[in-house]
Design a protein around this ligand. Structure first.
Ligand SMILES: [Zn+2]
Length: 600
């Protein structure tokens, strides 16, 4: 998942709960699906599934309730309707046995046919969208399967509407068949988005492997050639960090649909962007950062993964304490790769890292929740944020990225520049990728090996406690400093978040340690006036400029429509104290380390 999705607000256990059978080593008959779009303008995909029963008198099928990489129970089954079952021309009894399960009486048939429709109109990287021009399908919200252990192949055949020319998916094509694809198991099916329509496609090769940039939606204004050339540079920069490309092919699936976000898969990612993305440097750099983040996931989390993230329990929460590695370290490399690829300047790179540090250091919740526990609680907090989240929890994306930065400096320093964080990530990949997964202790150990010194105590402090992070070693090593701020010119500061709600100035958040919380300003208070003079919905900052830090003001608010005056003693607006810059006194040695780290 990407930080851009989360900034809008802001992957286990045994397989299925009631396992009906466990598959042996012999060849297993696939489930075969056919997808049809008889009326795409109504936003439905019709699914026909041919399901082997092994002769059982009844079977259960289920739909996943969440998508790996996006940690919230989504209850996709809510979009399923018109479920029928048959064998040949004989209708079979089918009924629900749980919110996301259906039970079918087979009458002893070896194979049954299940048909259902899925309403597909959510333009997010985890769900489905079907319209006149195209379809974007994800595995979890589309395909039902049998609750069983082991690997059963799943095959998908797409019947195209006449106006749609092709199918783009990282799934392997079935030899000799048209628009038919095969997944070796259900995990692979869930992990493989399917884009159907008339996308713009640019293919390129790195190390003999096919890569495809796929643009669907409205890509007419999106500079596909330039984007493909730059994405190739990100692939090469990633290969230089992590070693050989571990996939058969890779698909960069980008929906040009005025939406945002990205979701990682083993051999692809699905992302969303606006049509003007390649038109301005700022938006383009943001998109390249998203691409670098999601692409780096093909190593970090899709292959090198926390031990808890597999095999997945698709019907329940899967709890994991190291999303600060899976997401945070990926976010760090999401800035590193564009820099090493020459797509971002040193200043832009430092600016990105400064944003991460600033985000951590200005979030009160960093002093309440260790980052490993904000990872564990992501199902109830990070993916379900409210007005108090920043006070109680720390986002594991920026904190993990900052830990990666500090660790990179630490490994370089401790190994006398012989090794870097890249080394640690390569060693972790070699040791724990595939079906193994790593425990927190194993991850700490491999990084300690790279550093040549025991880092378990350091990790315990950085990731398992609420102690403040110590930047001094990293800054000193690279010859960096935080840009000095001038407190004398500080503006008056109240410290509440607000929004313009159709002309009403409404409080949206009240952070700890601000004048607003001390004075008793509440979320949802409508600010009407300061010192008896009306404040317009867009006029709070300008009004506060009429005061200086330390001034006492009377704020008139409407709270559930009752007018109340609240006395507030204004504070001083905190300066941007966490902006990195190269120290003016940096030595030749420090400058050489900077160049080794972030290029010339
Ligand atoms: Zn991510």
């Amino acid at each position: 998942m990407s930080r851009s999705t989360l900034s809008v607000v802001v992957c286990a256990l045994a397989l299925a709960v009631t396992t009906t059978s466990s598959l042996g080593a012999q060849a297993v008959e696939p489930i075969r699906y056919t997808l049809r779009f008889p009326a795409p303008h109504t936003h439905y995909v019709e699914v026909e599934a041919s399901i082997p029963t092994a002769g059982r008198p009844d079977i259960e099928v289920y739909m996943a309730t969440w998508t790996p990489g996006s940690y919230l129970i989504r209850e996709y089954e809510r979009n399923v309707e018109a479920v029928t079952a048959s064998t040949g021309t004989t209708a079979l009894a089918v009924g629900k046995s749980r919110k996301n399960r259906w039970k079918i009486t087979t009458g002893g048939a070896r194979t049954i046919t299940l048909r259902y429709k899925v309403y597909s109109r959510e333009m997010t990287v985890r769900n489905n969208w079907v319209e006149t021009g195209f379809a974007m399908l994800n595995g979890a919200p589309t395909f039902v399967t049998l609750p069983e252990g082991g690997k059963r192949p799943h095959e998908v055949t797409v019947e195209l509407p006449a106006a749609w020319k092709g199918v783009q998916t990282p799934l392997m094509p079935v030899a000799g068949a048209v628009n038919s694809f095969r997944a070796d198991d259900f995990d692979t099916l869930v992990d493989s988005p399917i884009i159907i329509g008339n996308p713009v496609v640019r293919e390129f090769t790195v190390d003999g492997k096919k890569h495809a940039l796929v643009l669907e939606g409205d890509p007419s204004l999106f500079d596909a050639d330039r984007a493909a050339a730059d994405v190739k540079k990100i692939v090469e920069a990633g290969r230089n960090v992590m070693g050989p490309l571990p996939y058969p092919h890779y698909y960069f699936l980008n929906m040009v649909t005025e939406s945002g976000g990205g979701l990682e898969h083993k051999n692809s990612f699905l992302g969303m962007s606006g049509r003007f993305t390649t038109r301005t440097h700022r938006s383009y750099l943001g998109w390249l950062g998203l691409v670098a983040h999601e692409y780096f996931h093909n190593w970090n989390v899709k292959r090198l993964r926390p031990v808890e993230l597999g095999p997945f329990d698709y019907e329940n929460e899967n709890y994991v304490k190291t999303l600060w590695v899976a997401e945070g370290f990926t976010d760090y490399y999401g800035d590193v790769l564009p820099r090493r690829a020459g797509l971002a300047t040193r200043e832009e790179f430092l600016d990105g890292l400064s944003n991460q540090i600033e985000s951590v250091q200005t979030t009160p919740g960093r002093l309440v929740t260790p980052v490993n526990m904000s990872s564990y609680d992501t199902w109830i907090k990070q993916y379900r944020p409210d007005e108090n989240t920043a006070n109680t929890s720390i986002n594991y994306y920026p904190k993990g990225a900052v830990i990666a930065f500090l660790l990179d400096a630490k490994i370089r320093k401790s190994s006398n520049d012989a090794r870097t964080l890249d080394t640690g990530m390569q060693w972790a990949m070699q040791r724990y990728s595939g079906d193994k997964g790593y425990t927190p202790t194993q991850f700490y150990d491999v990084m300690s090996e790279a550093a040549g010194t025991d880092l378990k105590g350091w990790f315990a402090k950085a990731a398992e406690s609420t102690d403040e992070l110590d930047y001094s070693e990293a800054l000193d090593y690279f010859g960096l400093r935080f840009r000095p701020t001038d407190p004398s010119g500080a503006r008056a500061f109240i410290g509440s978040g607000t929004r313009n709600d159709s002309g009403r100035l409404v409080v949206t958040s009240v952070r700890r340690g601000t004048p607003a919380i001390e004075a008793g300003l509440n979320v949802d208070d409508e600010i009407l006036a300061i010192d008896d003079v009306r404040v317009r919905a867009d006029g709070l900052a300008a009004r506060l400029d009429q005061y200086k830090p330390g001034d006492k003001i009377a704020v008139l608010v409407a709270r559930r429509d009752k007018l109340t005056k609240i006395g507030v003693t204004l504070g001083a607006e905190p300066g941007r104290a966490w902006r990195l810059e190269v120290s003016p006194t940096a030595t030749t040695e420090q400058k050489a380390r900077l160049t080794s780290w972030m290029g010339q």
